[in-house]
Ligand binder design. Structure first.
Ligand code: CA
Length: 404
């Protein structure tokens, strides 16, 4: 995959911490990604999924995680990962439980997901789902190994940019993903798995009441709290200029959608993450705030994609589409058209005429009637042309003898 890293994060104020690699690490990961892309061009992996790049995607991104003004530790975690096929994945996790359990849970989850993304060649949806399931297992195992951390859990939201021109988002809990697009503005890409979100959807509280509601932090789903977890997965096409935000609830507890839209509309990723954290802290910084902002700087469709691999890329509709676009389609259509015209000629030309007017029956016995030639009855005078005489049909005039 050809996803290029064009930016990085920076520190912003005391207590802030970059959680996703430096410029150098980003560039190194990029070189690794391009190297892997070559080998992936061989085609189909064991699950039949082609990682042949369809688009060249150039990303600019920045990440920032801040402890906030109230909390004694930062239990959020985030990371940016160059996946096995060169896809780029962004992850935010918001830990919960115990003295340091939340801190452990969020880091265990991010590590388990990152490890999976760096080795898996599954299709994007399966890859996300598997990553969340592995994160769930990792947090559960962490609880078993350290009983004092029992009950810990974490949210998780992951955004995967794939070279098929789509972004894939998976999430559990109340960490969120947003997209800002020119023309359509800010759109949430996730629905919180929380009690207060359900109450809002049912109209039982207003948005203003939800912000201060005592149940505002109670989750309906989390990673590590049960043996299995349901993950919401969705995908949508990329557009050049899109800006994406992943964030923990430390941001959305104090910023409204209008605030988020203003910053995404006006700021590049690096300054955007700084402004998000600054604004959250200006408004009290009641929780850890973690933000990742990713911009689609460039999106170009690649031209020389082999037909066979396009077919494998999308097993459902891709086969038909690729065949129509393929090199055999036009010659086949020409042959079919010629055959059809020949059929029409047979039916409506000689063939049809024969059907409508069948030929007379053949017979081997026939008679030839003698031809009788009568002498002309009138003859013109000398010097005048002879009066034409009626000749029997089918007798050529050269054979006549005219008597004077
Ligand atoms: Ca939080």
């Amino acid at each position: 995959m050809k996803i290029e890293n064009a930016a990085r994060g920076r520190r912003a104020g005391t207590g802030a911490e970059r959680c996703c690699g430096s410029v150098e690490r980003g560039q190194a990961a990029d070189r690794k990604s391009r190297k892997k892309k070559k080998s992936d061009l061989r085609g189909i992996d064991y699950e039949g999924y082609s990682s042949t790049p369809m688009y060249s995607v150039r990303l600019s991104y920045a990440s920032l995680s801040d402890q906030g003004k109230i909390r004694e530790s930062n239990q959020d975690a985030c990371r940016e990962v160059a996946a096995a096929d060169g896809s780029r994945v962004f992850i935010v996790a918001d830990g919960m439980g115990g003295h340091c359990g939340g801190d452990v849970a969020s880091r265990l989850a991010v590590k388990a997901m990152s490890d999976h993304f760096t080795t898996s060649s599954q299709d994007p949806g399966t890859r996300l789902r598997t990553a969340f399931n592995l994160a769930n297992q990792a947090v559960q195992e962490g609880s078993r190994e350290q009983p004092e951390l029992s009950g810990m859990g974490t949210t998780g939201v992951a955004l995967l940019f794939h070279d098929d021109g789509e972004a894939w988002v998976g999430h559990v809990g109340d960490s969120r993903a947003y997209r800002f697009r020119r023309g359509s503005g800010l759109e949430p890409l996730t629905l919180d798995h929380s009690v207060i979100a359900e109450m809002l959807r049912r109209g039982e509280v207003t948005p203003e009441e939800a912000i201060i509601h005592p149940l505002r932090s109670q989750l309906l789903r989390a990673l590590g709290t049960e043996s299995s977890v349901r993950v919401d997965i969705s995908s949508f096409p990329l557009e050049e200029g899109d800006r994406y935000l992943l964030c923990s609830d430390g941001l959305t507890a104090v910023l409204r959608d209008a605030d988020i839209a203003d910053i995404l509309r006006t700021e590049e990723p690096v300054s955007a993450v700084e402004k998000f954290v600054e604004l959250a802290n200006e408004r009290g910084g009641p929780d850890n705030t973690t933000v990742q902002v990713i911009e689609i700087k460039q999106l170009e469709e690649l031209e020389d994609v082999p037909v066979a691999q396009v077919v494998e890329r999308d097993r459902d509709m891709g086969r038909v589409q690729s065949f129509i676009e393929g090199q055999f389609f036009i010659p086949l259509m020409v042959v079919l058209q010629v055959a059809f015209l020949a059929l029409l000629w047979v039916l409506f030309g000689t063939g049809l005429q024969q059907l409508v007017e069948p030929p007379p029956e053949r017979t081997d016995e026939f008679e030839i009637a003698p031809i009788e030639i009568e002498a002309p009855q009138e003859v013109g005078e000398a010097g005048e042309l002879p009066v034409p005489v009626e000749l029997p049909e089918a007798v050529e005039i050269e054979e006549l003898e005219i008597e004077e």
